[in-house]
Ligand binder design. Structure first.
Ligand code: PEP
Ligand code: MG
Length: 564
């Protein structure tokens, strides 16, 4: 990760935008922007003489939207293709066009007539509940697309220019990222977002270079050539071929370095540090399973729950978990129970009236209010684990008290699942890690949230990136406390936040006593190589240097200097 400063420097014909670099690599290509939903213009009364032409434009917008969706459905495979085909069918529904036309005949302008007709369909879908209510988001997307087409505005949602591109957006939500086609997207650039935002996590998962919190990204036009450098945190417009070639050569050397080490993670003198992958959904499963790892250190289960109005049932959950466990037969899978709330709001699990959702009922706290959600999930995990061959561990997010850890462990074991753990994401949990460790079987430090709560800094804000930097000595001290206390009670303590993806930080974390690192599959090679180059004593010395520094930049600089 690179620094948060954002500036634009005009050079000879090109410009350099800076932000927070993610991923270490680079990529060059044309920009494709993700446009925001269209804003409706001021309402206009349509003259009866103009109504037929206005109605025809509305029908054309719906027809063209449906045709576009059909074209994309043919090009897509699997679930994405099915969703697009279903959307095309909705756009083709004559009742929708009839209703919009009737409103135009009464004098409503086309855009408002479309929005109102979609609004009525939305209400009906919601009232029908179940599967139909789950299609509301698709209908909203369809409304935005149809209105944009009618008004001649850029198409909202993920762009599909038909060729590889650099995706530029305000920010990406979890639902957007689920639909992103990694074969077409070369790099990500967002105006907002910090080092642990969804965009940053997604970029590491897909192995894409990214620059988040990039001021000036809004000015990048569709089709403009850019060079995105995730190591430097820069976006260069109209780059000259020499700069592109130089970045490509640097990437090649980086990949070569990462490919040199293989097998279980260990320091130069053989001290083991397990290397595990983070998994955020079934789409990531092939890469995750193929990676050289000892298993999954963080299986984020939210992907099953996002973008729906009701929680998935036990059967659906069992089938999804079984896919993962089977793919990891013979290896460990640490399942994290649902972490609803704050940056992952779910309509059925999150209170809409909380003023500070990050400090509200989220993670394990949700289970106290709605025990059924956790019970169903644990039953599904247990059923899927049975006979799968995977070593299934279960952990809870957002644990604050030893009592919560003990209660959670009791529930997990009641389902026949033998290993229960707690995430350490709240400073109180780190400070009392000894009691937490005694109450369960293992700890896993979520540095993304731990940084957010230790520094009172919203993890989604790019402007607070310095405080959220995993090199902050205060954060490292909390990690060290958790690791030490875990060791005192004979419990493993891993790190599964984005800190674990930083090869330079890996020896520091090992020196603090961390027993496993879990990161995006594409990051493990460099992390492994970095650990293998240092003895445990080296790691401890580097940890001491980082802890003794006054801030994140000095900690990183001290370690770099020590490494020559
Ligand atoms: C791993 C973590 O959980 P998430 O990023 O899913 O909140 C964390 O907080 O570090
Ligand atoms: Mg977290």
């Amino acid at each position: 990760m690179t620094g948060p400063a954002a500036r634009t420097a005009e050079g000879a014909g090109d410009a350099v935008l800076t932000g927070i670099g993610i991923g270490g690599g680079s990529a060059a290509g044309p920009v494709a922007r993700m446009a925001p939903p269209p804003a409706l213009p001021a309402p206009r009364t349509v003259d009866p003489a103009q109504a037929p032409a206005e109605a025809a434009a509305v029908r054309r917008a719906l027809r063209e939207t449906a045709a576009d969706l059909r074209r994309r459905a043919e090009a897509a495979d699997g679930a994405a293709g099915e969703v697009l085909s279903a959307q095309a069918l909705m756009a083709d529904d004559p009742a929708l066009g009839d209703r919009a036309e009737a409103l135009v005949a009464e004098g409503t302008d086309g855009a408002h007539a479309l929005a109102a007709a979609f609004g009525e369909f939305r209400t009906a879908l919601e009232a029908a509940g179940g599967y139909f209510a789950e299609r509301v988001a698709d209908l909203d997307d369809l409304r935005d697309r149809s209105v944009a087409r009618l008004l001649g505005l850029p198409m909202p949602g993920l762009p599909d220019p038909g060729h590889p591109h650099v995706l530029v957006a305000g920010d990406l939500a979890p639902a957007d990222t689920a639909q992103l086609d990694p074969a077409r997207v070369l790099a990500l650039v967002t105006e907002r977002g910090g080092p642990t935002s969804h965009t940053a996590i997604l970029a590491r998962t897909l192995g894409l270079p990214a620059v988040v919190g990039c001021t000036g990204a809004a000015g990048l036009a569709d089709g403009r050539e850019v060079l995105v450098d995730g190591a430097a945190g820069t976006v260069r417009t109209d780059p000259d071929p020499a700069a592109v070639a130089e970045a490509a050569e640097r990437d090649r050397r980086r990949r070569e370095r990462a490919a040199r080490a293989a097998g279980p993670g260990r320091t130069a003198d053989g001290h083991p540090v397990k290397l595990l992958v983070n998994l955020g959904g079934l789409g990531e499963l092939p890469d995750a399973a193929a990676a050289d790892s000892e298993g999954v250190g963080l299986f984020r289960t939210e992907f099953l729950f996002l973008d729906r109005t009701e929680a998935p049932g036990r059967e659906e959950q069992t089938a999804a978990y079984r896919e993962v466990f089977t793919a990891f037969a013979g290896r460990r899978v640490v399942v994290r129970t649902l972490d609803a709330g704050a940056d992952k709001p779910l309509p059925f699990a999150t209170a809409a009236d909380e003023q500070n959702p990050a400090l509200g009922v989220r993670g394990l706290r949700t289970a106290a209010r709605d025990p059924h959600l956790l019970e169903t999930q644990l039953a599904a995990v247990a059923e899927a684990a049975d006979g799968s061959g995977a070593e299934v561990w279960v952990m809870a997010p957002m644990v604050s008290l030893p009592r919560e850890a003990a209660e959670f462990a009791g529930r997990v074991r009641a389902h026949g699942l033998p290993v229960a753990g707690s995430m350490v994401e709240v400073p109180a949990a780190a400070l009392r890690a000894g009691a937490l460790a005694r109450a369960c079987d293992f700890l896993s430090v979520g540095t993304n949230d731990l940084a957010q709560y230790a520094f009172a800094a919203d993890r989604t804000l790019g402007s607070l990136a310095e405080l959220l930097d995993p090199w902050q000595p205060a954060l490292l001290e909390l990690v060290g406390t958790a690791a030490r206390e875990g060791a005192r009670h004979g419990r493993p303590v891993g790190v599964c936040g984005e800190a674990a993806a930083d090869p330079l930080l890996a020896p520091v974390l090992a020196g603090l006593g961390v027993t496993s690192l879990s990161a995006a599959p594409g990051r493990l090679g460099e992390v492994r190589a970095s650990l293998a180059a240092r003895t445990l004593d080296d790691c401890r010395r580097l940890a001491g240097l980082a802890l003794g520094a006054p801030d994140a930049a000095s900690a990183r600089a001290a370690v770099l200097e020590a490494l020559g």
